[in-house]
Design a protein. Structure first.
Length: 170
């Protein structure tokens, strides 16, 4: 078993980081509101209202590119979701996804939005990046993804935002 498989298997065990009991409502809300990238619309609105319109536009455009890219990758990489449908952590979500687990599209979109924000308005990233991490954790905590799905999603989203930034400079 390689290191990635060990990390994924360890995630199924009950631990302080990923208990099997029902998650806190904030964790559930983060997962639910981030579906389809909806969480990032009001966040971008608040950024724009605070005078960071350019950063908000870049963050939304990075997320808009990253989300379909994540869906394309999942069409190529068919991976089963963790077998956790019967545990309270998984049952807490109103959704019961059965699409390919890799990558986490929530993480892809969140990382693209967060990375673009950090590049365009580092002061706004202080607020946005904890939300990115909360969304990523929520996908693990509710057992809808393996850790490598979330890590892969974060990497893809960050790369999209970095690529977007390079194109804007170039």
């Amino acid at each position: 078993m390689n290191a990635a498989q060990e990390l994924d298997q360890d995630a199924l065990h009950n631990s302080e980081a990923l208990p099997t009991r029902r998650p806190h409502p904030v964790i559930i809300a983060a997962s639910v509101t981030a579906r389809g990238g909806l969480l990032w619309l009001p966040v971008a609105g608040l950024m724009a209202l605070s005078g960071r319109e350019k950063a908000a536009k870049r963050a939304l455009s990075a997320a808009a590119v990253a989300m379909p890219l994540g869906h394309l990758v999942s069409l190529v990489v068919h991976r089963r979701r963790p077998p956790a449908a019967s545990i309270p952590a998984r049952a807490a979500l109103p959704e019961h996804p059965d699409s390919s687990s890799f990558p986490s599209k929530h993480a892809v979109t969140a990382a693209a939005f967060g990375t673009a924000t950090a590049l365009a308005a580092p002061e706004a990233a202080v607020v946005v990046l904890p939300l990115v991490l909360l969304v990523a954790y929520s996908r693990l905590r509710t057992r809808v993804h393996w850790p490598t799905d979330v890590l892969g999603g974060l990497a893809i989203g960050a790369l999209v935002a970095l690529g977007q930034s390079a194109l804007k400079r170039g």
